[in-house]
Write a protein that binds this ligand. Sequence first.
Ligand code: GLY
Length: 368
Amino acid sequence: MAVIPVDVAGRPYEVRVEAGLIAELVPNCRGLLRKRVVPIVTDANVHAAWGEVVETALRDHGHEPHWRVLPAGEQTKGWETLSATVEWLLDQGVERGDKIVALGGGVIGDLTGFAAAIMKRGCGFIQLPTSLLAQVDSSVGGKTAINTRAGKNLVGSFHQPALVLADLAVLDTLPERELLAGYAEVVKYGLIADADFFAWCEENGKALLGGGSRAREYAVAHSVAHKARIVAADERETSGLRALLNLGHTFGHALEAETDYSDRLLHGEAVAIGMVLAARYSARRGLMPRASAGRISEHFEAVGMRSELRQLGLDCDGQALADHMLHDKKMDAGTLPFVLMKGVGKAYLDREVAISDVAAFLDEELAG
Ligand code: GLY
């Protein structure tokens, strides 16, 4: 088992990575489940796949799971579900020192984490991430949020979990498209600051996606360790370091907004294309060789992912995509910081990017 410490000041916790952690949930929680009743928030799909395993794992150790099973999908991450979930937790008699369990992907983790953050001004929660994306990104680092009419993740808080159990067994039942989308966030760590890890992905990405357990454990643990270092150094995204984790996200969010956050484009798929665009835009500005940007798109193509804006068949121009970026929550006094690259493994935050120049670049990309 890989155990990765996340050393945030005052609230350190561990991420454990191994196959079979959920089946042995109680010993793996190491005393954090202090009462007989354990409140668990999940979605209908995850409940169908993992509900019984969790139920048995808890009952075998004398616990009684109380389930809140929400509809699967992004629409669950809103005010109504949040308030109903908080009321439910209050009805359950959850106290500050208790731990609410979030069993699911990013939607469930973000919603439950935010509910925990505002319950009695902050109670504990445990993340059991059931997607690759949640394991390597959203379950670690304490960003919790819901979506509002004005956009995604605009209301939330930083609230760290007490523990994250990344059970690699869940990846075996994940639809291939979701696995691939999560893989984009794995590649992201190589592109941000670890050229050797990107080379490892080029070499081993197919094995990982094909089910190789050693490759999976290495990739998840390495990604989490990367994120843990960044979060420990810049928990609240104040120094600019944590902002590097948004590589590809500003472009990606614009693509998600243009496709109405629909199944046409999953978040990780948008991030993959977004990272290619960030690299190409960096190359266009002479910051990095075009060939390095080419390596990134070639890798995504090699594992079966879309890497070109044109492949999305969008009916819009560059300005329309750039307009979506203006609603980004990272907008700061009229400027939008962009994560650009000086090479593979050399991402940096650029605060001088002119949105009009990005729009012109996107026009070129849309035209091919
Ligand atoms: N997913 C970006 C972050 O956690 O900062």
